[in-house]
Design a protein around this ligand. Structure first.
Ligand SMILES: Cc1ncc(COP(=O)(O)O)c(C=O)c1O
Length: 391
């Protein structure tokens, strides 16, 4: 039946699952097992020879992983998807599958702090070098490509400065030189943006964020061509960073309401951004849904919704940031984003603390910057809390 479904919410609810053939259970059972038995020795050999579908050992696959992988592949329009133990495991697995010693990467200057650490501190130890570029202007890309460049890596919108990169324009330039484009689609989700349809070769997610949506799971996903995802599966199996059945089951449950949650979070994000843009205590609001965003036209073209994350620069500098963050009551002072509850954080204090100052400057990560991840609460309550905290 799932093959006949087209609508996003129907896909999210039905793809990858149906009543359990053994018990009739409407929700998928949790396959809390490390290993799977075969009826005969020959059938195990058939499985190993890839002549039979199935499962052998949870590090290599589990029915609860398959549910999530099928849903995210359908949503992203990918041939295949792989579930791993975190967003960082997804980034590390994809780049390890793609690169060998001597290879080169180009990355958008403004990326999640953990991703920056992997690219800037860890990969060079294995002979993989990254050039960080401001990809808001795609024309800078061609000159940065080398014969050894394997991929362009970008987040759009980026974390935390909500900068955009033109996926179609970047893919065109990269593909001319045989370079792949990998997009971290965590902030937009496939509800608001579908990078593969715009020309990207692979999409990554921190499933911890909007896809799960309830701040109770850490997970990551890689979606793309069957060939690339199989190469990533091979790496993930060797590195061992796979998920577990219960977290995969929770993620599958969270995914069913992604469309509804994003609708509300797009609405709340827009309303909070518009409110803060008018507030006297705020110097600047960074949100792709505001006409004042320098890349508003690109946002309108490339995204179908602006999401629930925005960043603001406060008048009064770091002291004003401390006051604001200490006064909020409804917003949790916590890192992470994309969950049903609203969260708030100062990027220089935590997520981007270990990004060197010159790269913080390149990414617009200043001490007066506050990142706000709006949840699904009632907008009047959110605005009232911001109002009292900024008063
Ligand atoms: C854009 C982005 N990508 C990747 C990650 C890493 O994800 P995880 O924390 O699930 O490892 C994060 C985490 O905040 C993120 O914001």
């Amino acid at each position: 039946m799932a093959d006949a479904l087209k609508g996003l919410n129907s896909l999210l609810v039905h793809v990858g699952e149906g009543p359990d053939p053994v018990s009739g259970s409407v929700t998928p059972p949790i396959y809390q097992t490390s290993t799977f038995a075969f009826p005969t020795n020959e059938s195990m050999a058939d499985f190993m020879n890839e002549q039979k579908a199935g499962y052998i050992y949870t590090r290599l696959g589990n029915p609860n992983f398959s549910v999530v992988e099928a849903k995210v592949a359908a949503l992203e329009g990918a041939e295949k998807c792989l579930l791993v133990s975190s967003g960082m495991a997804a980034v590390a697995t994809a780049l390890t599958a793609l690169c060998a010693s001597g290879d080169h990467l180009v990355a958008h200057a403004d990326v999640y702090g953990g991703t920056f650490g992997l690219l800037h501190d860890l990969l060079p130890k294995f002979g993989v070098e990254t050039s960080f570029l401001d990809l808001r202007d795609p024309s800078t890309l061609a000159a940065a490509l080398r014969p050894t460049t394997r991929a362009v890596y970008l987040e759009t919108p980026s974390n935390p400065s909500l900068r955009l990169a033109d996926i179609a324009a970047i893919a065109e330039i990269a593909h001319r030189s045989g370079v792949k484009v990998i997009v971290d689609n965590t902030f937009a989700t496939p509800v608001n943006q579908r990078p593969l349809a715009l020309g990207a070769d692979a999409v990554l997610h921190s499933g911890t964020k909007y896809l799960n949506g309830h701040s109770d799971v850490v997970a990551g996903l890689i979606a793309g061509s069957a060939e690339f995802v199989l190469a990533c599966s091979d790496v993930a199996r060797k590195l061992g960073g796979t998920l577990n059945a219960f977290d995969a089951w929770l993620l599958g449950r969270g995914l069913k309401t992604l469309g509804l949650r994003m609708e509300k979070q797009n609405e709340n994000g827009q309303a909070v951004a518009e409110y803060l843009a008018r507030h006297a205590a705020i110097a600047e609001v960074l949100y792709p849904g505001l006409p004042s965003h320098p890349q508003y036209a690109l946002a309108q073209r490339q995204m179908t919704g602006s999401g629930g994350v925005l960043s603001v620069r406060l008048k009064g500098g770091p002291a004003a940031v401390d006051r604001f963050l200490n006064r909020v009551q409804l917003f949790g002072r916590a890192v992470s984003l994309g969950s049903v509850e609203s969260l708030i954080t100062q990027p220089v204090a935590a997520v981007h603390r270990f990004v060197p100052p010159e790269f913080q400057a390149m990414g617009g990560i200043t001490p007066d910057l506050v990142r706000i991840a709006v949840g699904i609460e009632d907008i009047d309550d959110l605005i009232r809390d911001l109002e009292q905290a900024l008063a």
